[in-house]
Design a protein around this ligand. Structure first.
Ligand SMILES: [Zn+2]
Length: 212
């Protein structure tokens, strides 16, 4: 815990005073423009990747960046989405998967979940990834099969996201745009799903490490 305490001391002493005005403005309201749905994976750090900060991203995270559908249950993800769209009125909803995702690895390998009944049930939500699996990208090397499935999961969860009643309505009225992203941890590159072309393309053409 020492590292976290040291980090917090740094925040109180150096970071907070510099941004005091911003935190005061945010103390009683938020108006984020973006809903960001991503995996719990510690290597995906949205504010670091996107240059955002307090008040910018409304974030919900879970194993496999899942948007559960069809269960009839209330869950934290869909409740968060509903609040973001209906109350905060975010303009964009971004669903972001990532390379080397353990959730999709488990779905592919069918191993390691024997003693994890809850994780096993949760990951049944990523089964749809198999029907939306993307063509393997040679740039992904030996991980091409997994990466193709992870991209397929982004497409599957994007469909689930668009099927949420609040999202469907906001999109129909031109108030909300949804995006599907794949973030590559090794290169830092983000790809965006192009629904017309039904494939992933670089979010920006000259992305760092842009060897793709
Ligand atoms: Zn993951």
């Amino acid at each position: 815990m020492e590292r976290l305490i040291e980090g917090y001391k740094h925040f109180l002493k150096d970071v907070f005073p510099r941004r005091r005005d911003q935190f005061h403005l945010l103390a009683e309201m938020q108006a984020p423009e973006w809903l960001f749905i991503t995996c719990s994976d510690s290597r995906v750090v949205p504010d670091l990747i996107l240059g955002t900060g307090p008040g910018d991203l409304f974030i919900t995270r879970n194993a496999g960046n899942v948007v559960p559908i069809g269960s009839g249950d209330v869950d934290g993800v869909t409740a968060t989405i509903e609040y973001a769209v209906e109350v905060l009125k975010v303009k964009h909803a971004i669903l972001c998967g990532h390379s080397d995702c353990g959730a999709l690895k488990a779905a592919l390998d069918r191993k390691g979940l024997e003693n994890l009944p809850k994780a096993r049930r949760w990951l049944s939500h990523v089964e749809a990834a198999f029907s939306h699996r993307q063509p393997p990208n040679p740039a992904d090397g030996e991980h091409a099969e997994l990466a193709a499935l992870i991209r397929g999961n982004v497409v599957a969860q994007l469909l689930n996201l668009k099927a949420q009643p609040s999202v469907a309505q906001a999109v129909a009225h031109g108030k909300l745009t949804v995006h599907g992203w794949y973030y590559d941890i090794l290169s830092g590159c983000i790809e965006q799903y192009d629904e017309e072309m039904r494939r992933f393309l670089p979010l920006i053409l000259d992305a760092a490490g842009g060897k793709r």
